[in-house]
Ligand binder design. Sequence first.
Ligand code: NAD
Ligand code: UDP
Length: 323
Amino acid sequence: MTKLRAIVTGGAGFLGSHLCDAVLAEGHSVVAVDNLLTGNATNLEHLRHEPRFELRRVDICEPFDCGKVDYVFHLASPASPVDYTIHGIPTLRVGSVGTFNALEVARKYGAKFFLSSTSECYGDPEEHPQKESYWGHVNPIGPRSVYDEAKRFSEAATVAYRRYHKLETRIVRIFNTYGPRMQINDGRVVPNFMKQALRGEELTVYGDGKQTRSFCYVADEIDGLLRLAWSQEPGPVNIGNPSEFTILECAQKVLQVTGSKSQIKFLPLPPDDPKQRRPDISKARSILGWEPKVDLETGLKFSLDYFRQAVKELAAANSRGAR
Ligand code: NAD
Ligand code: UDP
């Protein structure tokens, strides 16, 4: 394959940094652009001496230009419910103005454009499992709307550039993904439960814990993203693991993998929290030949060292703060 120069917006984030690694591993060059709102430059520390890589600290809500590129991977956006609740307006802005700016970069250089969209486009779904053809059930004025509607807008903008400007585009709808480099305090269920279990604190299950999610290990997710990127398929394509768990089952898995004796405590369910979520991945299977390989227990085991280290670093940072 010809060697490409790619931009990864949100490259210092959890998925963005893994995507940078995967694109570099195929021999291409990468410019990560990130304003470090919810990401962390330490996710890219190991690439400090890589000549085919650079990190630029850029807020993509302002027009940006990193020179000629062949591919724009657009991942920049807060992604955890806690993060996008704190950063509501920046989330709406990066999904709208930021997406336009990223699309304009692709248009200027005739580059391909890849949008990381989300299962949140389906909202609190009334169709189960969710196929790409389902239009969703989103509350446009609820607390999650800053994220859900920004992503739905991003999809609309992406297909409009395809339709009107003949841009080569791809849209992936990512379902809950976990693994090393998730921020320990980002409030998502896997980092929360891992942190609580490793510290011997109670695991906080919201609601009755019967709501479901389907968790994909990061290596599987990135494999699916790249297969889509290099394919001719515009999408949207669901990429996620179809094994569905209640949140209580997820808590039990974390306790089992960590060997923790923590108890479970129940807290109120946040408003509009989707009751069920599972991807139908027939499209990814048939078009991309993709399906996940890592089950939840194995993926949690693969992630354990990272979360142990993150918990240690958090404790050290907290004790420095207390002094
Ligand atoms: P993350 O918060 O770790 O990464 C997002 C990155 O975007 C961060 O590094 C952040 O600093 C950066 N960013 C935010 N606003 C920016 C701006 N204005 N300019 C430049 N950079 C900006 O989250 P993640 O889990 O890695 O998610 C990455 C993408 O994948 C997001 O688009 C998210 O919607 C999508 N996604 C993720 C999941 C998941 O389970 N991880 C699920 C569905 C969709
Ligand atoms: N959740 C939970 N305890 C936590 C964090 C999350 O019970 O400490 C639940 C949350 O209410 C949701 C599910 O776990 O039902 C997944 O939450 P997450 O924030 O990871 O992602 P979401 O899929 O909601 O975007």
